[in-house]
Design a binder for this molecule. Structure first.
Ligand SMILES: [Zn+2]
Length: 89
């Protein structure tokens, strides 16, 4: 499937890429905000990094890796809940 065909089924605003899921999907804003504050306080120029550099920081910095995995797990559970639990009525 082409990336442009994978529209996010949670917010319907963009293709659901890894970047969209982790950094931009508005549905996960509340889950993301505390984690992202920690990321930015650990890596002061985070906003200026390229997307591949951002992924590198959040996946490899020892101070961030547990927070990153907590955030991804929380967002993934939220997504699964939205997509599958409330869909059968
Ligand atoms: Zn989305």
């Amino acid at each position: 499937m082409r990336p442009e065909d994978r529209i996010c089924q949670i917010c319907f605003s963009e293709p659901e890429t890894e970047e969209h899921f982790i950094f931009t999907c508005p549905a996960y804003f509340n889950l993301r905000i505390l984690w992202l504050q920690k990321v930015i306080s650990t890596c002061n120029n985070f906003d200026e990094l390229s997307i591949s550099e951002k992924f590198s920081v959040i996946m490899t910095d020892k101070r961030l890796i547990y927070g990153t995995s907590d955030y991804i797990r929380g967002a993934y559970l939220f997504r699964t809940n939205k997509l599958y639990v409330h869909s059968d009525s």
